[in-house]
Write a protein that binds this ligand. Structure first.
Ligand code: PEP
Ligand code: MN
Length: 347
């Protein structure tokens, strides 16, 4: 249920309704919009009449049931776009962010070189996996804590906040200590123990779509983290598995406008993992902008032919540069602005 307050309702009025909701044994979740406040009611024993009676209190305009399974992630709960602020860099609203870097942190030199390149051409976040979810146990598994230390050094040197994957709940505190954003990969999207634990983390989560998850299941995964107390979530479409074999996955661009209708959370697109071949990354990045994405995440490697993972889909420095140039008119046409590192605060 959501309680919609009247346009001019004061903070005191909102506070009074919140207390009333809590007295009834529910949790109240206030969303202060530009026009009016909305209070989401969750948990507690489902006693609809008790909540419906709230409609009779002063300053309450209406009480509306939410039919969707996800609540905190829904647009109804939070009609305005959520804008997540990471060290002064905003994701969501009319901001467009570029996250770039290699698939894996392979060595100090490789990562620092990558950071320098992606920064030079306009990325504002550095990505790189230290814990890698590889299909084969014999493939490179990542540098683990050493990889995190290298990422932290790159952030120190180049000032780019970092995004890295968390796979195992037991590593959460370690990864959270080093990174600015914790990435949940496609393979872990329905690891509910991990999602519950991430609810207590005070850092944003980049939640990638699973290769077999529907949009509703994906939003339910976001709901798990949000219900645990962490509402800073960025969704990342990275392709789903279909019958097509010419591309690694099939980029589901329809997910972008559909998500924009269903949720207030920012949505970015990862064309690299979606298509799996560097030649097609740039056109899909442009299509993602046109579909309304709030950013992209792309793999860039100084020498893709030497990469320990995903070299075939990684952009060479000059190709990344070209893509960034070509993206600009699309971003303007979509009514967005490219976020630049100048906006970064030292907080
Ligand atoms: C990655 O970002 O390197 C990655 C493993 O992505 P995904 O989980 O989408 O496959
Ligand atoms: Mn990868």
């Amino acid at each position: 249920m959501i309680v919609v307050m009247r346009k001019k309702a004061s903070d005191e009025s909102v506070g009074r309704i919140v207390t009333k909701i809590q007295e009834l044994g529910f949790q109240a979740h206030v969303s202060k919009g530009v026009e009016r406040s909305i209070i989401g009611v969750i948990g507690g024993v489902d006693d609809k009449t008790k909540i419906e009676n709230l409609a009779n209190l002063s300053d309450v305009e209406s009480v509306v049931p939410i039919m969707k399974k996800y609540k905190l992630a829904s647009r109804e709960f939070h009609p305005d776009d959520s804008v997540i602020n990471i060290r002064g860099l905003k994701i969501g609203g009319d901001n467009f962010v570029v996250v770039a870097g290699p698939c894996s942190v392979e060595s100090r030199e490789q990562l620092l070189e990558s950071a320098e390149i992606v920064k030079k051409y306009g990325a504002v976040f550095l990505r790189g996996g230290a814990f890698k979810p590889r299909t084969s146990p014999y493939s490179f598994q990542g540098l683990e804590e050493l990889g995190l230390k290298i990422l932290a050094e790159a952030r120190e040197t180049y000032g780019l906040p970092i995004v890295t994957e968390i796979m195992n709940p037991r590593d959460i505190d370690l990864v959270a200590e080093y990174t600015d954003v914790l990435q949940v990969g496609a393979r872990n999207i329905q690891n509910f123990s991990l999602l519950k634990e991430l609810g207590r983390v005070r850092k944003p989560i980049l939640l990638k779509r699973g290769m077999m998850t529907t949009i509703e299941e994906w939003l339910m995964s976001a709901e798990y983290v949000m219900a645990g107390g962490n509402e800073e979530i960025v969704l990342c479409e990275r392709g789903i598995r279909t019958f097509e074999t010419a591309s690694r996955n099939t980029l589901d661009l329809s997910a972008v406008p559909i998500l924009k209708e269903k949720t207030h959370l920012p949505v970015i697109v990862d064309p690299s993992h979606a298509v799996g071949y560097w030649q097609f990354v740039s056109p899909l990045a442009k299509a993602a902008v046109a579909a309304g994405a709030d950013g992209i995440m792309v793999e860039v490697h100084p020498r893709p032919e030497e990469a320990l993972s995903d070299g075939g889909q990684s952009l060479k420095p000059e190709r990344f540069d070209r893509m960034m140039q070509e993206l600009k008119p699309f971003i303007t046409a979509a009514g967005k602005r490219m976020v630049s590192l100048d906006e970064k605060s030292n907080a």
